[in-house]
Design a protein around this ligand. Structure first.
Ligand code: ATP
Ligand code: MG
Length: 439
């Protein structure tokens, strides 16, 4: 039989024997975020398109080329169809949710994190998918550079905990609307002089938002951008002091960084600090994390003005980086015990024992395939069961069975009555300890 359709281009399936990699990252990300006082927030996969146009910015690649917009075909009320977009990133949805739920009226700063799927219509390649996943963290309410340092430190701690010491931090400041006005003039004058060479999208950006040209993916525009004026030369006093303080705080935390005046970040909402963590180990798509400050975003979305900042990490790129480094993933839980059975009565007993074991937190298995006992043991081996026990009429009669340690081959007679789970608990514990101590 032929499958009626394959998965859409640029999407991935995660097979059950690979999912432990995702669990590792998700667990460590959540634990790290919680150490920094961030709490999880959940929000919809799709939002009104206007949200992304307003926040991400309609001169960005994301809005101009990459959004998956959908509309309900025939609205029941006869009005215009709603215009929705699958979230291309998390910052806009998180900010909307924070404002809508009045969280900015509670104790500040508000610190939230999320682990979400995102959708962008991009050309699929290694590390660039159409459905991908982000771990993001956002802080609202602080305009102080110590908040920038804290957010960067969270990203750094997570990378450290994942065993990724080969990821470099690059920081920059892209100023505030005051200093950017001067910078835009200089940038516009520079790009005007090379107008004939720019791609059509950048010609439009030249009029509407010349900084976006610095983020264009076209090699020709990138080449022209190399000699463009840099924002750091145009920072106002306030932005300059903010950047200097951030550098001191990073120094105090022992976080190494490089300044890269070319980082502008792909989205419109950034102000002051921007940063990226980049690895050279996974090819061209090496930016594993991007973030910064966006002090105007909340107001732009209709909330009472409040400073904000955050970052997002691409989970697929993190996994690729971990794989390239052979960084350790938490291993999946293995079968603690397999209870084999010969005959109907033994199967009834096995099912009851397995239920009791599972209720005590063990990964216990018995046959559900109607296999003979030999095939059952083959299966127990295949799934890596730590212990196995076979029940037959003799065992039922005597109330005892042989518990076999599948690694060492040792056998131990054990009662299969009410005391079984408790006794097995000690045996399993001793076995795990022996494994850890290597004895
Ligand atoms: P890039 O320059 O690689 O396109 P970006 O600036 O568009 O990245 P952000 O919007 O900052 O990316 O998203 C944050 C992170 O999400 C990126 O650093 C990256 O790790 C990840 N990411 C972004 N787009 C994709 C994608 N299409 N596939 C996989 N991961 C992605
Ligand atoms: Mg992109």
């Amino acid at each position: 039989m032929a499958l009626i359709t394959q998965r859409p281009k640029g999407t991935q399936d995660v097979k059950p024997d690979e999912v432990y990699k995702w669990h590792t990252i998700e667990k460590i990300a959540a634990e790290t975020a919680e150490c920094y006082g961030f709490k999880e927030i959940r929000f919809p996969t799709f939002e009104n398109t206007a949200l992304f146009k307003r926040s991400v910015g309609d001169t960005t690649d994301v809005v101009q080329k990459e959004m998956y917009s959908v509309s309900a075909k025939s609205p029941a009320n006869g009005k215009d169809p709603d215009d929705f977009t699958l979230r291309p990133e998390g910052t806009a949805g998180a900010a909307r949710a924070v404002i809508e739920n009045g969280l900015l009226n509670e104790a500040l700063p508000q610190k939230v994190y999320y682990i979400i799927s995102c959708f962008r219509h991009e050309k699929p390649q290694a590390g660039r998918l159409r459905e991908f996943h982000q771990f993001g963290a956002e802080m609202y309410g602080s305009s102080d550079p110590s908040a920038d340092a804290e957010v960067i430190a969270l990203a750094k701690s997570l990378l450290d905990r994942l065993g990724l010491d080969n990821v470099e931090l690059f920081i920059n400041s892209i100023g505030c609307p005051t200093c950017r006005a001067e910078y835009h003039k200089a940038l516009k004058a520079y790009f005007e002089s090379r107008k004939g060479e720019l791609c059509p999208t950048c010609l439009d950006r030249l009029e509407r938002n010349p900084m976006r040209i610095l983020d264009c993916k076209s090699p020709i525009c990138q080449d022209i951008a190399k000699d463009a004026p840099v924002i750091l030369d145009y920072l106002c006093e306030e932005c300059s002091v903010h950047f200097d303080k951030l550098k001191s705080y990073l120094g105090s935390m022992g976080i190494d960084y490089k300044i890269n005046p070319k980082i502008v970040r792909g989205l419109d909402y950034y102000t002051k600090t921007v940063f990226e963590f980049i690895t050279t180990d996974i090819g061209a798509q090496g930016t594993v994390c991007g973030g910064g400050r966006y002090d105007g975003l909340i107001e732009q979305l209709g909330g009472n003005p409040a400073p904000a900042l955050g970052f997002a990490m691409g989970l697929e790129r993190l996994i690729m980086t971990m794989e390239s480094k052979n960084a350790p993933f938490n291993q999946e839980k293995k079968c603690d015990i397999y209870i084999g059975a010969m005959g109907d009565n033994a199967q009834i007993k096995a099912i009851g024992m397995v239920k009791a074991l599972r209720d005590h937190g063990f990964l216990a298995e018995c046959d559900v395939m109607g296999r003979g006992v030999k095939a059952q043991m083959k299966y127990a081996n295949k799934i890596g069961a730590g212990f196995a026990l076979i029940l037959g009429d003799n065992e039922l009669e005597s109330g005892k069975a042989n518990l076999k340690n599948m690694m060492t081959g040792e056998q131990l007679e054990i009662e299969i009555n009410d005391t079984f789970v408790e006794k097995f608990t000690y045996i399993r514990m001793a076995d795990v300890l022996a494994g850890e101590l290597g004895v």
